[in-house]
Design a protein around this ligand. Structure first.
Ligand code: ADP
Ligand code: MG
Length: 310
């Protein structure tokens, strides 16, 4: 049965360096092309935690030695991360498709994701990113209106907000490509966060969670299935404790209960579980799956992973 599948790749799946990323996408492409070969429409999104940190640090260092260049805004760093990660992904998926004699275009859409300027996350930026700064450097960027915290005695660090995604600006473009049988990579790093000012979209200093953004994407393109590929094969309750229990098929109602009981860590598993619940609940027949990258095919076949259904 042909399905429309959104696959969200974790930052872990992509490695920490350029070289690691090249290797990581090699195994990623196999799992993705397996699904395409089965006749499914596949739409790919990905995280950018390590990568956006690297870009932001690099641009900040550059500014320190070349003062005439201003610090690169976070929204631009997210755009850069979409570009180079998308480049690696589209290149390796293309190659794997050609190796299997499948003739399909693969492209990356630089994706902007709208956020609410009144999102309470802006009043409470919690995500430290980039390099450590001296007090002086911190003061100079505070003057530019940026928020900084002292990070555990190690120096000053910029913190960014992580607002919730409300809509994908390029959604019609993505839909058009999917409908014509193309493979699309979109919403990288959660999308470039923008706020709407009339006809103008203004980039904001934030990093959207890719799990939430991918859920918005999956709903918008009317996907049947939302797969989150990460560093664990299944989701657990009592994670890391003696009574740890790995979850197979779980209803959204049961999963919601586990969220309330605090089983999932906020910066890592909780966004995945919440996004998975939201997608599964959004329409009859939809389900979400959280599993290891290498197990994507087995997961789709119902052999492993944590499946969330309504
Ligand atoms: P990604 O880069 O794929 O977004 P994250 O590191 O953000 O990955 O989240 C996945 C990690 O969440 C797992 O590797 C695991 O260490 C952690 N984790 C936290 N709570 C749980 C849980 N209840 N069950 C499984 N993994 C969990
Ligand atoms: Mg994550």
């Amino acid at each position: 049965m042909k399905r429309k599948i959104v696959i969200a790749l974790g930052g872990n799946a992509l490695g920490n360096t350029l070289a690691e990323q090249m290797v990581a996408v090699k195994s990623t492409e196999k799992a993705i092309v397996d699904l395409i070969e089965q006749g499914n429409d596949v739409i790919i999104s990905h995280g950018n935690g390590p990568q956006v940190g690297m870009i932001n640090s690099a641009m900040t260092e550059f500014h320190k030695t070349n003062k005439k260049y201003s610090i690169c805004p976070m929204s631009v760093c997210v755009a850069m991360s979409q570009g180079y990660i998308g480049y690696d992904l589209q290149n390796s998926i293309r190659e794997e498709l050609l190796n299997r004699n499948i003739n399909k275009g693969v492209s990356t859409i630089i994706t902007q994701v709208e956020v609410d300027p009144n999102d309470s996350a802006f009043d409470n930026p919690t995500k430290p990113i980039g390099s450590f700064m001296t007090k002086e450097e911190a003061d100079s960027i505070i003057k530019e209106g940026k928020k900084v915290i002292e990070d555990s005695g190690r120096g000053y660090r910029r913190v960014v907000a992580s607002p919730k995604p409300i809509g994908i600006v390029e959604v019609e473009t993505i839909k058009t490509l999917v409908e014509s049988g193309q493979v699309v990579i979109a919403c990288g790093g959660g999308g470039i966060p923008v706020v709407s000012e009339g006809n103008h979209l203004k980039g904001v200093g934030a990093v959207i969670d890719k799990d939430y953004a991918s859920c918005v994407l999956a709903k918008a393109i009317d996907a049947d299935c939302f797969i989150i590929l990460t560093a664990v094969e299944q989701v657990a309750i009592n994670f890391g404790k003696e009574n740890e229990k790995w979850l197979g098929e779980v209803s959204t109602k049961e999963m919601r209960q586990y969220v309330e009981e605090g089983h999932f860590a906020p910066g890592s598993m909780k966004p995945k579980v919440e996004a998975g619940i939201e997608f599964a609940d959004s329409k009859e027949g939809r389900y979400s799956l959280i599993t290891l990258l290498e197990k994507a095919k087995d997961g789709i076949e119902g052999k492993t992973g944590t499946k969330i259904y309504k």
